[in-house]
Design a protein around this ligand. Structure first.
Ligand code: NAD
Length: 281
């Protein structure tokens, strides 16, 4: 069994990006810029935003966070996004989710210019991704594909099963695997017999948010197991959705939590921001 080490790969990618950012500055006088919109005081969102800002700094990307109270109106968020759309020093705009209930996330995400949509959530980019065209791809599934590539795992012809079908994780993950010529099966809360699907997977990708959801008996011998889930246990430990201790004995490759997909997600955000900066006129 081989551990898919997302932490090590993310450090390697960040080193490469540092050089790329330096080169952009030298050759085109461009400093990539990322604007983050953070609404409310959800502690996890604040932690993620801080991690993103720190990572930007490490590679030389300029970042700014617009912190807003949860009482803010939809119109005020839209106004800030429109300002960032016009700002020539900002290449990427990210709205940290979830937003408070009175805000319509779909409406907000559609205001972001598709050219600055570094999270890849705008329907324009979603459509391009499903059409197999170049686009901004959501960071978590993109990070999974980079991780597979690093370990020379080609999904072509494999049976891939994605558990979880959200717009930000499961659906784009399935689209990427399909684009890579895997045969893709998508499971979700209403799937009748989850085990009958997961047991067939050569590549099993799980992004649900339920610790211990995937047990040893649900996984095929030699499967490649990617755990996207992030859950905090009662004693404060971070765990994924897969019973790592037992499943790792059956898997050929497996991601740990933490240290698997999580660090890759942040690295891909930086990658998308640099891609946007390179596309500046
Ligand atoms: P979500 O709640 O939007 O979606 C969860 C999905 O899981 C839904 O499609 C739902 O139908 C499905 N589901 C729920 N219970 C199920 C069950 N018992 N069996 C099968 N499917 C079930 O969540 P999300 O935003 O997609 O996030 C999923 C997980 O991934 C969370 O733990 C989140 O913290 C984690 N996440 C991690 C990263 C990372 O960087 N590693 C990034 C984003 C999200």
């Amino acid at each position: 069994m081989t551990i898919l080490d997302g932490k090590a790969l993310s450090l390697k990618i960040k080193d490469e990006m540092k050089k790329e950012v330096e080169e952009l500055k030298q050759t085109r006088n461009i400093v990539p810029g990322l604007a983050v919109i953070l609404v409310g005081d959800d502690p996890a969102s604040h932690t993620y935003v801080k991690m993103k800002a720190k990572a930007c700094k490490e590679v030389g990307i300029y970042s700014i966070t617009h912190e807003m109270p949860s009482s803010i109106s939809e119109a005020e968020i839209i106004e800030t996004i429109e300002m960032m759309n016009k700002n020539p020093n900002i290449d990427g705009i990210l709205v940290q989710l979830p937003l408070p209930e009175h805000i319509d996330s779909t409406k907000i995400l559609e205001v972001i210019s598709p050219k600055k949509d570094v999270d890849g959530f705008h329907p324009y980019n979603v459509g391009r991704l499903t059409s197999g065209l170049d686009s901004f791809v959501p960071c978590t599934p993109l990070g999974v594909m980079e991780l597979l590539n690093e370990y020379h795992i080609d999904p072509k012809g494999m049976d891939a099963v994605v558990v979880g079908a959200s717009n930000i994780v499961g659906k784009p993950m399935a689209a990427l695997l399909l684009n890579a010529n895997a045969t893709v099966d998508i499971c979700h809360i209403y799937t009748k017999d989850l085990k009958s699907h997961t047991q067939r997977a050569d590549i099993l990708v799980v992004g649900v948010g339920k610790p211990g959801l995937i047990t040893e008996d649900m996984v095929k011998e030699g499967a490649i197991v990617i755990d996207i889930g992030i859950n905090k246990t009662e004693d404060g430990k971070i765990v994924g959705d897969v019973d790592f201790e037992h499943v790792s004995k059956k898997a050929s490759f497996i991601t740990p939590v933490p240290g698997g997909v999580g660090p890759m997600t942040i690295a891909m955000l930086l990658k998308n921001t640099i891609k946007a900066a390179k596309g500046r006129n």
